[in-house]
Write a protein that binds this ligand. Structure first.
Ligand code: DHB
Ligand code: FE
Length: 290
């Protein structure tokens, strides 16, 4: 049976990827950002999963704005890192896990989520920056990756409640995979930021800190927020935070089974580029054998 060993939540600011690629770790601007991920990197190195289901939004890379499905899943065995306009990041292409990805598509469809299936999507900073934050500079990623894309960029977008429900269906789908597999679900994007319009540069630390508290304690309450409430409180791009609810929903399924998850690490820092960086690591408690 597949296990959910952790859920991880992180911003995916593209400039962080550039700073990692240029080894700017000790630069005074970036050091406080990267210091906040050090404990998580150590934990991941000791608890590397077989597969990460990466919940993120495509930023008009795999799909242009002529057609953006609410939810899409990548089923190929390899995902090419995209050139987003400033050259391809010097990071390896993530390898997929087609067998689990196809199982997830089938189970999600059987449970009310008609996923768009992407056979050869290119992947952008939404996927590659979280991988770099978690695993550092590597010549090959230490696990397989399944991209799960959520439309948060082109109205109308799925509600927070729908994202939480997708996560619950995802958790059940992972749990029903017959092979032994260590899976993690990472929710990415956010925290508060706005890249455009009169409110560009907007950040709301009060909301972000409340969101971090509520994500652990009351995910249902977050799921009742409207998309407008996310935009008002977290900024137009802060609405990416609805994607964190997909990972949290997956964890709820395993918690309902009696598994306990501990908050191993939390980090919050303003700003990185235009964004409030937030990060949480929730790991399954492994009971000591008596
Ligand atoms: C920034 C943040 C994002 O989430 C993104 O997708 C692009 C840019 C930024 O802060 O610059
Ligand atoms: Fe983004």
């Amino acid at each position: 049976m597949a296990q959910l060993s952790a859920t991880l939540y992180t911003s995916h600011v593209p400039a962080i990827g550039v700073a990692i690629d240029l080894a700017r770790d000790d630069d005074p601007y970036w050091k406080p950002v990267f210091d906040g991920y050090a404990a998580t990197r150590r934990w991941l190195a000791a608890h590397t999963p077989d597969v990460v289901v990466m919940v993120y939004n495509d930023h008009a890379t795999a799909m242009d704005y002529s057609m953006v499905p609410p939810f899409a899943l990548g089923v190929s065995d390899r995902f090419e890192i995209a050139d987003e306009g400033w050259g391809r990041r010097p990071v390896p292409d993530p390898l997929g896990h087609p067998a689990l990805a196809r199982h997830l598509v089938h189970r999600l469809m059987a449970n009310g989520f008609d996923m768009a299936v992407l056979h050869h999507p290119k992947v952008d900073h939404g996927l590659s920056v979280p991988l770099s934050l978690g695993f550092g500079r590597v010549s090959a990623w230490p696990c397989r990756v399944i991209p799960l894309m959520v439309n948060v960029v082109h109205a109308p977008v799925p509600t927070a409640a729908r994202c939480l429900a997708l996560g619950q269906a995802l958790g059940a789908a992972i749990r029903s995979y017959g092979e032994e597999l260590n899976v993690q679900v990472w929710g990415t994007g956010g925290m508060s930021h706005q890249l455009q319009g009169p409110g560009a540069g907007y950040i709301n630390s009060r909301f972000d800190r409340w969101f971090l508290d509520e994500l652990m304690a009351r995910p249902d309450a977050l799921a009742s927020l409207s998309h407008e409430a996310f935009v008002e409180q977290a900024g137009t791009e802060g609405a990416e935070l609805t994607m964190w609810l997909v990972a949290r929903g997956a964890q709820m399924v395993f918690q309902a089974d009696g598994q306990r998850f501990d908050e191993l690490h939390r980090h919050y820092h303003v700003p990185a580029s235009n964004t409030a960086v937030g990060h949480l690591l929730l790991a399954q408690r492994v009971e000591e054998k008596a």
